[in-house]
Design a protein around this ligand. Structure first.
Ligand SMILES: *[C@@H]1O[C@H](CO)[C@@H](O)[C@H](O)[C@H]1NC(C)=O
Length: 468
């Protein structure tokens, strides 16, 4: 940090792929009190410009491929003073990480930071407006991910965890950084840029990976392959997070591998909110029970706690004491911060119910719930019904405006390869009938778009919801 001219409290955008330097740089930031802001390498020049200006970051760290993209906006960025490149080559106006590292002292005294001081900021996109900046303190991830590592990931020092995520997303902090670090476990990582099912399957059989964490999409894509021909010799714990897990995917995985999938539910603003841990009964379709130290409840619009079985807003108690592992606030946005609270609770923005056993069931994002002819329809349930059909590899359900019903259910589906040549019109009718049978008839997708499976799919969460 001295060589760069950075000091405690300065903000740095770290936009790097999964390379070892990502970890050394962020640990370096923690030790020097510099606030690091992870960014995905998929950002465009406009996205980078927005993030540099909004965060007032003094420095950006990236690689040689992305450096020219940064340079295309640098003249408009009055806060950006330092550009640092992790690469083999050099570039005008950029500091060279490898050179700086060579020249650095081997001794370093970390600065003193308070537990509630800012450690990192994540940009997170909502369904509307610009991305918000979510600030987390040193204790938030540093201590708050203890229960994630110990109970949900079930890690000990002999484990090797492979979490499939990009450093720009908070899921990476869960499954590739803090939780395994706290537990003294080893992590496995792979530099693949795009998800490739055969690469993943080969790694799981070649290397002694004991624990694997992916999104439901990952499991779906893997289940498309002939998994039974692979032997996962060390794998013993499979985890899913990032979006709700469909019961159908779980069944498929179990029938092919003999292993269950343990679901975890979290947000950029939180650490783990709910999870299914080893030893707990698995209820397919449920996100598990509240994860310590959170007190999670389903509440109504007046912040009253609802009884089991009643749909409401999934919320975390923040009074009298805000949990140390909840985000501190939205940076420079007290209004958004205030809007995320209701009575004694932080509102996740997700709708759900809790059952008699304390298991939480996801219904949909509050913003995503479809209001059709006075009916409230949760997209997740319709997606699950579609997924049960053999023709469907992927399904995303959204609201679509309608002059008569206000909104109607619209589904985007990707077909399994075997169904690629089926008549789309006939298939649409069949899928609609199928959903009517699987759930209440009023929930069937009146609009349906079919795409043929293309073999490769980027690892992403429910981005398609905001693509409409
Ligand atoms: C820099 O990162 C991008 C995004 O992950 C990647 O496509 C590119 O190959 C990297 N460049 C180098 C030189 O490693």
């Amino acid at each position: 940090s001295d060589a760069c001219g950075l000091k405690k409290g300065d903000r740095v955008i770290v936009m790097l792929p999964r390379i070892p330097e990502w970890w050394s740089i962020t640990v370096g930031c923690m030790r020097t009190g510099i606030i690091y802001i992870p960014a995905t390498t998929q950002l465009t020049a406009n996205d980078i410009f927005y993030r540099l200006q909004a965060s007032k970051a003094k420095c950006i760290i990236t690689n040689d491929t992305l450096a020219p993209v940064v340079d295309s906006v640098v003249s408009k960025c009055q806060f950006l003073k330092i550009r640092l490149m992790v690469s083999e080559g050099s570039r005008d106006g950029w500091l060279d990480f490898k050179e700086l590292l060579k020249a650095a002292h081997s001794n370093h005294n970390p600065v003193k930071t308070k537990s509630q001081e800012a450690m990192t900021i994540y940009f997170t996109s909502g369904t509307t407006g610009y991305p918000k900046m979510v600030e987390h303190s040193h204790s938030s991830f540093g201590i708050g991910m203890t229960s994630t590592g110990r109970f949900w990931l079930d890690l000990n020092p002999s484990d090797i965890l492979w979490g499939l995520s990009d450093p720009g997303w908070v899921k990476f902090a869960f499954s590739c950084f803090f939780s395994p670090w706290i537990q003294g476990a080893c992590i496995f990582t792979h530099s693949m840029l795009q998800f490739e099912a055969t690469t993943v399957l080969n790694c799981l059989s070649r290397f002694p990976i004991t624990s694997f964490c992916g999104t439901p999409t990952v499991y779906r894509m893997l289940a498309q392959h002939d998994i039974t021909s692979y032997k996962f010799k060390s794998l013993k714990h499979c985890l899913s997070g990032g979006e709700p897990l469909n019961p159908e995917v779980m069944e498929k995985w179990k029938s092919k591998t003999g292993m269950d999938i343990y679901e975890g539910y979290a947000q950029t603003e939180t650490v783990l909110i709910c999870s299914v841990c080893k030893g707990m009964k698995i209820k397919p379709g449920a996100m598990g029970k509240a994860s310590p130290p959170y007190d999670v409840q389903v509440i109504d619009e007046n912040a009253n706690i609802l009884p089991p079985g009643k749909e409401g807003d999934i919320a975390i108690r923040i009074k009298p004491t805000r949990p140390f592992c909840l985000f501190s606030h939205y940076v420079d946005d007290p209004e958004k911060t205030a809007a995320s609270e209701r009575g004694d609770f932080y509102i996740t923005g997700d709708r759900g119910i809790v059952d008699e056993d304390g298991y939480f069931w996801f219904i949909g994002r509050a913003d995503d719930v479809i209001l059709s002819s006075g009916y409230r329809i949760g997209p997740f349930e319709v997606e699950n019904a579609l997924m049960e059909h053999p023709a469907i590899a992927e399904a995303a359900v959204v609201s679509s405006p309608d002059p008569i019903r206000g909104e109607v259910v619209k589904a985007f589906v990707i077909l399994s390869p075997d169904f690629a040549s089926h008549d789309p019109e006939k298939l649409t009718k069949e899928l609609q009938e199928h959903v009517k049978k699987m759930t209440a008839p009023y929930k069937y997708p009146r609009k349906l778009r079919i795409k043929v499976f293309i073999g490769k799919l980027e690892i992403r969460t429910r981005i398609y919801h905001s693509c409409l």
